[in-house]
Design a protein around this ligand. Structure first.
Ligand code: SDX
Length: 428
């Protein structure tokens, strides 16, 4: 294949260079399109065909169902690594040595206290506030307690802001859940591992000793690893574009949390559970809901199905489905919701509507069933997604800033009124 693309517009023809990635993906570099064509731009609602950046963090192949973080296959990471190792690899480029990992964890532990005034902010929220709104607000509020914006050209300052948010975010997640449950806001133990400490902060009851349940611990590692990054999805693109204005890391992450909240994105894991519960309440009539999902006049969608990029099984969904079976079996939980999910999947995978549109279960379809078995409230499911995605957001933000990418500012095609004179109100 030649290394240029040709564009013919009327009598004029233009040539643009092709960019090829390490996995042989090809892009047409249109950086100077508007200049050389005297104003012509492209338009691509939802950016289905447009790349925003060149990135070295995550590779996915939607047709083949391949997902790798920094070249490491997701299947191996989910099976063999822990969440902090994977976070380190995403943020710094390679899986850490034991010494690097120990230092990362020690530095995180040294920042694991949140200013006590944050308690006053969280206590001001109504108990029924959605946890994603609380978490987004608290993350942005961290800027107030850590006002110095990150000088990304200083490796020390960049590192300090990374370990700070890696330390404080789990506290905010745990406090958000405990607020919802009406439990006192506590701290973890610096003697515990990263996930064990999170579990302690989330589940510790004031009148009981805390035992780490290994089944839940292992499942949390796996779930958070599987959610850790996913190239230029909606919330990651949000973190990158907000950061491109040189807004701080915490402010950019807060924006990403808000984008993830949407039910078409990370909010789908909550929507899936609510959908499954509605089907259960409706007598388990999965055929009725399949028909609704296919009915163009019905806004209902089969939540947890379909994906912008995966036109094959989402590799994460495969692992999460297997994990759901293991966890519920090990915990002795017999949840009829899981059987409804399996029935829906079976019907959808043989239904022409879904097959033609290549709609398969995605990362959100089974994850909530596991969170529910762990005793995590349904409104906290997307918060768990955000916790998993934190290292990916940090890595993407850091890459964008260190690459000194320009501020994100898309163009448009104007289709409104052409020029017209002002008319006094009495004459309108
Ligand atoms: C995540 O991008 C990422 O990487 C995201 C994510 C990550 O890790 O960051 O993977 C996490 O967000 C996973 C997706 C979670 N969302 C859901 O489960 C919500 C339900 N799914 C859909 O709303 C939808 O599939 C999207 C939003 C995920 C993708 O939408 P697209 O790519 O814009 O596709 P589309 O809406 O144009 O749909 C194409 C066709 C349409 O039918 P036709 O007009 O061609 O007849 O498929 C239909 C849609 O109506 N369709 C569905 C459907 N999803 C798509 N029909 C019924 N149920 C569905 N779930």
């Amino acid at each position: 294949m030649s290394d240029i693309a040709k564009l013919q517009v009327g009598d004029n023809s233009y040539e643009f260079p092709l960019i090829k990635g390490t996995e042989n993906e090809v892009a047409i570099d249109i950086k100077n399109l508007r200049d050389v064509t005297n104003g012509i731009i492209t338009i691509d609602p939802g950016y289905k065909n447009s790349g925003s950046c060149e990135s070295a963090i995550t590779f996915l192949d939607g047709e083949k169902g391949v997902l790798r973080y920094r070249g490491y296959p997701i299947e191996e990471l989910a099976e063999k690594a822990d969440f902090l190792e994977v976070s380190y690899a995403l943020i710094f480029g390679n899986l850490p040595t034991q010494e690097e990992l120990d230092k990362f964890h020690t530095d995180i532990r040294s920042h694991a206290i949140v200013d006590d005034d944050v308690r006053k902010i969280i206590e001001a929220f109504p108990r029924n506030a959605h946890p994603m709104g609380v978490l987004s607000s608290l993350t942005s509020a961290l800027t107030a307690f850590n006002p110095s914006s990150v000088n990304v050209d200083s490796k020390e300052e960049m590192y300090a802001s990374i370990v700070r948010i890696m330390a404080k975010f789990p506290v905010l997640v745990a406090w958000t859940m405990r607020k919802k449950k009406g439990m006192h806001l506590n701290y973890g133990r610096n003697t515990l591992g990263y996930i064990e400490n999170l579990m302690y902060m989330m589940f510790k009851k004031p009148n009981e000793d805390f035992e780490v349940n290994p089944i839940i611990k292992n499942a949390l590692h796996k779930l958070l690893i599987l959610h850790a990054d996913h190239e230029q999805n909606c919330s990651t693109s949000t973190v990158r574009i907000v950061g491109s204005s040189h807004a701080g890391l915490f402010a950019s992450l807060s924006a990403g949390i808000s984008a993830l909240w949407g039910p078409l994105h990370g909010g789908a894991n909550q929507a899936v559970l609510e959908m499954l519960e509605a089907i259960q309440a409706d007598g388990g009539d999965t055929a009725k809901y399949m028909a609704k999902a296919k009915d163009k006049n019905d806004p209902f969608r089969l939540m947890g199905f379909g994906h912008r990029v995966y036109k094959n099984f989402d590799p994460r969904a495969k692992i999460i489905k297997a994990t759901a079976d293991e966890v519920l079996n090990d915990l002795g939980v017999d949840d009829p919701i899981l059987n409804i999910a399996r029935a829906l999947e079976k019907e959808a995978l043989s239904d022409p509507y879904f097959v033609e549109r290549k709609l398969y279960p995605n990362v959100d379809f089974y994850s909530g069933i596991i969170y529910r078995a762990m005793g995590i409230p349904v409104e906290m499911f997307t918060v768990m997604f955000a916790l998993g995605r934190l290292p990916g957001w940090i890595a993407q933000w850091k890459e964008m800033r260190l690459n000194k990418e320009p501020i994100g500012r898309p163009r448009q095609i104007y289709i409104g009124e052409t020029q017209r004179p002002f008319v006094e109100i009495e004459k309108r």
